[in-house]
Design a protein around this ligand. Sequence first.
Ligand code: PMV
Length: 328
Amino acid sequence: MKRSDAVIFILGERRNQLPGERGAAYAPANIALCKYWGKRDAELNLPVTSSLSISLGALGAHTDICPAENDEFILNEKEMSADHPATVRLFDFIDLFRDPDGPRFKVVSKSTIPVGAGLASSASGFAACVLALDDLYGWGLQPHECSILARLGSGSASRSVYSGFVKWNAGEQPDGMDSYAEPLPGTWSDFCVGMVVLSDTPKKVGSREGMIRTVTTSTLYDAWPAQVEKDMQEIEEGIQKKDVAQVGIAAERNALAMHATMMAATPPLLYWKPATVEVLHRVWALRRDGVNVYLTMDAGPNVKLLFLKDEEDLIRSGFPQIKIVHPF
Ligand code: PMV
């Protein structure tokens, strides 16, 4: 199935509705505790496994869309050129939803997170775009429909339509209509995510290419689905029990296992910098000193820490440059 067919399937008759004057929405970024790495369908961004994330509250994308004479993309108050990869990717996505003979759009987006820093800026960007289009056209989409449509922009965007802990069920159907995210019940007011940003330059190998390379060449990838199943169960149970050690140990193991699958690819894929390894050792040293702190990493050199509020002061003194988020 093509992305455009999936959009037609979801919107149905609503595809004929005309856009209103303005649509606006916000979507948070998210950090996976149990990672999505590998697609079973690259066109529809259907994952090999389920994944689970925490949304980052006020860190995300505010997007405003209004009909205009020409397509225009303004990101963080900067006019983006028409041939910039982010502009091309955005309007390719928007084209799935609009009448080719209808108006063009001016899209104004403000990201409160560093763009391209491996901090899931594309996830919040695509989720906010779908929610803003829903507002512009007045489609009245259900949350799971928004999640499916956001997934067509970037897989992890399926999780950014919700706040709190979110699980994206891999699904089994070839059309992906059972592959969407859902929020997990409950809140955890003490839960913190700390971002140790070591580099804000865009990565050389994007997640799409990285996943394809890993799935097709890494012998360690065969072990990945079973790893996810085990980690997912422990993370979900740990969230229910509000047991930060259970969540943290499984999330850390999951992230390191994901990176191990990448390193075993041909050619090898290593997103870490020397400073990344230094941060890992600092986290493990703190843990040896009795601090309940755990780490996770995505397709980039930055490290994210997981801990509870009562450890905040200790963490800040260990990582002076850290940005701490309270998701609840
Ligand atoms: O959604 P994408 O294509 O940006 O891939 C996200 C991949 C990871 O961030 C590494 C893992 C995840 O589940 O978010």
